[in-house]
Write a protein that binds this ligand. Structure first.
Ligand SMILES: Cc1cc2nc3c(=O)[nH]c(=O)nc-3n(C[C@H](O)[C@H](O)[C@H](O)COP(=O)(O)O)c2cc1C
Ligand SMILES: Nc1ncnc2c1ncn2[C@@H]1O[C@H](COP(=O)(O)OP(=O)(O)OP(=O)(O)O)[C@@H](O)[C@H]1O
Length: 315
C-alpha cells in the first residue's frame, strides 16, 4: 500500500497522475464499522472502474486546528495504526492531508479542484454526514453538484447500532468508561494498544501472579482504570490474560500517580522484557481497589482470572 502525504498548497510530485482513484473521504478515526462500509464501497467501485482504491484522511484531527469541541478528542487509532488497518482492509493508497488553518479555509470548490480533480479521482465515496470546505459548507449534495460529470459520487447511509449512529465520538465515550464490549461491537474488532514490555517492581511473581508491565506506544489511549479480560500478542501469538490498569493502591502511595498497565498472561512463563506486544481489550471486570492485605488481593486476582477464562470460553 502506498502512503502519500499532501500539504496545501501541495506539490503533485509524488502523485502519479496517470493513475485514477476511487476515493473514500473522511477522518476515519478508529476505522469503525461505519467507516468500513464507506471504504468497502470505494474498493468495490475501484474494481468496477478499473481504478486504484484510496482513502483520504487528515492529520492532525481538525478539532486541534479549529477547536470548538466540548469533549476531549483523543485518537482511537493514532495515524500509523489507522494506516496499518487500511492496509489490512486492502486499500491501495492512503492520502494523508496535513490539516492546517490554510487548508481549513479552502472553499468547497477549491477543495474539489485541488484534492479531487488534481488527484485524478474518478469516484468519491463518503457518508451521509460528510462535510468539507471552510465552515463545513460543502456536503454530499455539493460534492455531486460540483462534479460536472468529472467523478461519480456514492453516499453511504447511516450505519447504526441500537438505533444510534456508530461514530468515533461514541466509541471515545465508551473507551473512557472502559466499556470494551461495546467498543468491540462498534469497531468490529477489539480495541488494540501497541506497547513494549518493561521492568516493573517485580512484586507480581512474589504474589503468584507475574505480570508483563506495558509501556504503551506514544499517543495511545488507555481505557479507564480497572481490571480487564485481554488478549496479548507476543511473538506473533495471541494469549489470554487479565490486565490491571491503575495505580496499585494496595502497595503504592496514592500520591504516586504513576499509571501502570500490567498483564498477567495465562499459562505463560517466558521472559519477555523488551518485546513489542499488542494488548487487545475485551471486557471490563471490575474497578481497581485498595485491599487490606496481600492475601485478599491474591484471592481477588484469582477470581478475576477465572472470570477472564469463562469469558474467553464463551466468546
Ligand atoms: C488481574 C489483576 C488485578 C489487580 N487488581 C489490583 C487491585 O485491585 N488493587 C491493587 O492495588 N493492585 C491490583 N493489581 C496489581 C498488583 O498489585 C500488582 O500486579 C503487583 O503489585 C505486582 O506489580 P509489580 O511487580 O509491577 O509492582 C492487580 C493485578 C492484576 C494482574
Ligand atoms: N455510522 C456511519 N454510517 C455511514 N457513514 C459513516 C458513519 N460514520 C462515519 N461515516 C462516514 O465515514 C467518513 C468518516 O467519518 P468521520 O471520520 O467523520 O467519522 P465519525 O465516526 O462520523 O466521526 P465523529 O464522531 O467525529 O463525527 C465520512 O464520510 C462519514 O460520513
Amino acid at each position: 500500500m502506498n502512503v502519500i502525504h499532501l500539504k496545501y498548497p501541495h506539490q503533485l510530485k509524488e502523485v502519479d497522475t496517470s493513475t485514477s482513484y476511487s476515493l473514500a473521504l473522511g477522518f476515519f478515526d478508529g476505522v469503525h464499522r461505519g467507516h468500513q462500509a464507506v471504504i468497502k464501497n470505494a474498493i468495490d467501485k475501484s474494481k468496477e472502474l478499473n481504478a486504484k482504491s484510496a482513502v483520504m484522511t487528515f492529520d492532525p484531527h481538525p478539532s486541534i486546528v479549529l477547536g470548538g469541541r466540548k469533549e476531549k478528542v483523543f485518537y482511537i487509532t493514532p495515524l500509523q495504526q489507522k494506516i496499518n488497518i487500511l492496509k489490512e482492509i486492502g486499500v491501495d493508497t492512503v492520502f494523508v492531508v496535513q490539516f492546517t488553518s490554510d487548508f481549513a479555509k479552502l472553499s468547497p470548490e477549491d477543495f474539489i479542484n485541488y484534492f479531487i480533480r488534481d488527484l485524478n479521482v474518478v469516484h468519491v465515496t463518503a457518508g451521509f454526514d460528510f462535510t468539507f470546505g471552510s465552515f463545513g459548507k460543502g456536503n454530499m449534495e455539493t460534492m455531486e453538484s460540483l462534479s460536472n460529470g468529472d467523478y461519480g459520487v456514492s453516499v453511504i447511509n447511516k450505519l447504526t447500532d441500537d438505533a444510534e449512529k456508530i461514530s468515533s465520538t461514541r466509541i471515545r465515550k465508551s473507551l473512557q468508561i472502559g466499556e470494551m464490549e461495546e467498543v468491540h461491537k462498534l469497531l468490529g474488532r477489539p480495541f488494540e494498544v501497541p506497547g513494549l514490555v518493561i521492568h516493573g517492581d517485580k512484586r507480581g511473581r512474589t504474589i503468584g501472579f507475574p505480570t508483563a508491565n506495558i509501556q504503551s506506544a506514544e499517543g495511545s489511549f488507555i481505557p479507564a482504570v480497572g481490571v480487564y479480560a485481554v488478549r496479548i500478542l507476543v511473538q506473533n501469538r495471541w494469549h489470554d490474560g487479565v490486565c490491571n490498569v491503575g495505580y496499585k493502591p494496595t502497595f503504592k502511595n496514592p500520591e504516586d500517580k504513576q499509571l501502570s498497565i500490567e498483564v498477567h498472561i495465562l499459562d505463560f512463563d517466558k521472559n519477555i522484557y523488551g518485546e513489542e506486544v499488542v494488548v487487545g481489550w475485551y471486557k471490563r471486570i471490575r474497578n481497581e481497589k485498595k485491599f487490606d492485605g496481600i492475601d485478599s488481593l491474591k484471592a481477588q486476582i484469582e477470581k478475576d482470572k477465572q472470570e477472564a477464562i469463562r469469558y474467553f470460553q464463551n466468546l
